[in-house]
Write a protein that binds this ligand. Structure first.
Ligand SMILES: Cc1cc2nc3c(=O)[nH]c(=O)nc-3n(C[C@H](O)[C@H](O)[C@H](O)COP(=O)(O)OP(=O)(O)OC[C@H]3O[C@@H](n4cnc5c(N)ncnc54)[C@H](O)[C@@H]3O)c2cc1C
Length: 386
């Protein structure tokens, strides 16, 4: 089979742009089609753990992300009254000299990736998507939504949790599954002393404070939302305030007082996409959330999308055909992404227990576990080379 030279990336989000950068660094100019007609992204922050920083370093982007972000090295875990449970020092994965985690506004990450992809010659077309795909020999014949047709050696569906490419490949078989939890976020000003993440574990509810830049942090709230309700935007501040009612921790109380503007509150159901290996058919592959969306509990969704991009570009540059490249991609990515999904699911269930006795036992377990300063097994696993 011929080497992969012409790559179409569907979706200009974190995974798609990272892939364009990774290919550009290896001399391959990818094409992106992005359904949105403008480069924009939700204005909430993103947490970049050490393995994200390591992958971004491979793309030559870590320094820029660090310069625009806020670095942190530990979490504090409290109960809903602010009572101390444990302090967790995080593993420095990228390098012993680089703090464990970087908090960054999503808009900054998007800008950094877009500027770099453009500078490396990627062709990014906005307001465009894929209408149909057909494998013809070694190539994929793609019909775009503007009616034009083009042939590619590889098509990569990086079109997120509601991926059209996934539907074209697999129908509705692997549609997102609702976990029973919803996540609320409210961005506010960061006081100087909030230089670490703080989690508050209540009964049936978990809050967090995430610094995401020198000036900003966000409040996160994970709630049990039976039946996957939909809420009107105008109601979001009131609903969030109600759901924070049981928290008496002073910082959460202070932030709760500020929640008024619907434009500053974001709510979404937590959903997962679980597809058995392989995530491709012919020369069409899914990466990122399209293939393996997980809950936000270990801040690894975007990280996995960036790692997917780094590994895929490395394999493409080796010059094999699509069949071998995609099989090797699955060997390197499937177990790792499955591990992240499983651990995130487990932490999500544990964090939102609604039986007070089980919650007390959970808090005791955390107290005991984090006495040990050694990195936790999941951090050691994430530190392994990709
Ligand atoms: C509340 C919350 C908090 C999170 N926090 C973190 C965190 O702190 N750290 C972390 O690592 N991860 C986090 N994640 C996960 C992270 O946001 C996702 O895993 C990440 O955005 C996935 O990147 P992606 O490129 O696969 O998809 P996306 O970033 O969703 O990008 C998909 C792109 O495809 C485009 N698109 C969609 N459909 C089409 C189409 N038909 N044709 C063309 N383009 C299309 C979209 O417009 C979008 O630009 C969080 C997720 C949630 C829900």
């Amino acid at each position: 089979m011929k080497p992969i030279r012409r790559v179409l990336i569907v979706g200009g989000g974190i995974g798609g742009l990272s892939l364009a950068v990774a290919l550009g660094r290896r001399g391959i100019q990818a094409e992106i089609v992005e359904i949105k007609s403008e480069h924009n992204v939700y204005g909430v922050g993103i947490i970049q753990p050490g393995n994200a920083l390591r992958a971004l370093n491979g793309l030559g982007l870590m320094e820029r992300c660090l310069a625009e972000g806020l670095q942190i090295d530990y979490y504090v875990m409290n109960d809903s009254d602010g009572g101390f449970i444990a302090r967790m020092k995080l593993l420095r994965i990228a390098s012993p000299d680089i703090p464990a985690v970087n908090g960054l506004p999503r808009t900054a990450l998007h800008r950094i990736l877009t500027e770099t992809a453009n500078a490396l010659g990627a062709r990014i077309r906005l307001g465009l998507s894929v209408q149909a795909l057909e494998q013809v020999g070694d190539e994929v014949d793609v019909t775009l939504t503007d009616g034009s047709r083009e042939k590619y050696d590889l098509v990569v569906g990086a079109d997120g949790i509601r991926s059209r490419i996934r539907t074209l490949l697999f129908g509705s078989q692997f549609d997102p599954q609702y976990t029973g939890h919803g996540v609320w976020r409210f961005t506010t000003t960061r006081p100087a002393e909030i230089d670490h993440q703080i989690m508050y574990f209540g009964v049936g509810v978990k809050a967090g404070i995430m610094p995401v830049s020198k000036d900003q942090m966000y409040l996160l709230l994970v709630t049990n939302e039976p039946g996957n309700p939909r809420f009107e935007a105008a109601q979001l501040p009131r609903l969030l305030r109600e759901r924070l009612q049981s928290f008496t921790a002073p910082l959460v109380r202070q932030i709760r007082e500020q929640i008024e503007d619907p434009a500053r509150v974001i709510y979404g159901p937590i959903e997962e996409v679980i597809i058995p290996s392989p995530w491709y058919r012919g020369s069409v592959l899914l990466i990122g959330d399209a293939a393996h969306a997980s809950g936000p509990h270990v801040s690894q969704g975007a990280t996995m999308a960036i790692e997917d991009a780094v590994v895929l570009a490395e394999l493409i540059a080796e010059g094999e055909g699509a069949e071998k490249t995609l099989a090797r991609f699955m060997e390197r990515r499937y177990e790792r992404c499955k591990f992240v999904q499983d651990i995130s699911h487990q932490i999500g269930q544990d964090g939102n227990l609604d039986d007070p006795v089980l919650c007390e036992l959970r808090n005791e377990r955390m107290r005991a576990a984090f006495q040990d300063p050694q990195p936790r097994p999941h951090e050691r696993r994430l530190a392994e080379p990709i």
